[in-house]
Design a protein around this ligand. Structure first.
Ligand SMILES: O=C(O)CCC(=O)C(=O)O
Ligand SMILES: [Fe+2]
Length: 225
């Protein structure tokens, strides 16, 4: 699954986030990359654990974890901590795979899905496309600020070199309660049918309950743990 979700942050929230990024403490991004990924990572990352970054982290996490389409597509059991990445001229993140497990102890999470929430207006920078090498071919994305791209953590991907301007993005990972990607896709399709029926049928139509039952039983069958 490779999906672009539009306007996950609306214009007002985006402006609020961008204003806050000016106060953050930025460090070399290679510090958080493992193995082969470290050698190809050239970006800066902000501290979102303490200081002004912590409130920004809470705000972004609340927004993302409540987004209905992201929830329907990813079926999140848990989100990783979010990272804010800044890539300037000559910055990039070459082809790599993400770590399969992140965090320690009870915070440890299996990375099923990766996402990038784009924060910069694409007209303000050159390069910086996110390219994901999926089973059915390459997907390239450089969407509007506020849009989010969701893709399988197991796919090789890269951020193309930024040759002008600055690319700001929020990145994170999701452990899904539905581990199997095909099952997740089926559930997303059913959730889309549920949403479109909701707009067409009266709330007491028996088909709603019939579909709710099918979706619940599939989640029960397919959920991990
Ligand atoms: O900035 C991006 O769009 C993706 C970053 C990435 O691949 C990573 O942090 O592992
Ligand atoms: Fe990555």
């Amino acid at each position: 699954m490779f999906l672009t979700l539009s306007s996950v942050l609306n214009a007002r929230d985006l402006a609020r986030v961008l204003k806050k990024t000016g106060d953050l403490d930025w460090q070399d991004g290679a510090r958080t990359a493992g193995g082969r990924a470290r050698a190809v990572k050239r970006n800066l990352q902000a501290n979102l654990r303490s200081g002004p970054g912590a409130a920004l982290h809470d705000f972004l996490m609340t927004t993302l974890s409540a987004h209905p389409v992201l929830v329907a597509a990813a079926q999140p059991a848990r989100f990783s901590r979010l990272m804010l990445s800044k890539t300037g001229p000559d910055g990039r993140y070459g082809r790599h795979v993400d770590n399969p497990l992140m965090g320690e102890g009870p915070d440890r999470l299996r990375t099923d899905l990766s996402f990038t929430l784009f924060l910069s207006d694409p007209a303000t920078y050159d390069g910086g496309d996110l390219v994901v090498e999926g089973v059915s071919g390459n997907h390239s994305a450089k969407p509007a600020a506020g849009d989010l791209v969701l893709y399988p953590s197991g796919d090789i991907h890269e951020v193309k070199p930024v040759t002008r301007g600055e690319r700001l993005a929020c990145v994170g990972w999701i452990e899904s309660r539905v581990r199997d990607a095909q099952a997740r896709t089926t559930l997303f399709e059913l959730e889309n049918i549920r949403a479109s029926l909701g707009a067409k049928l009266p709330p007491d139509a028996p088909d709603h309950l019939a579909l709710d039952k099918v979706i619940s039983n599939l989640v029960r069958r397919w959920s991990a743990g």
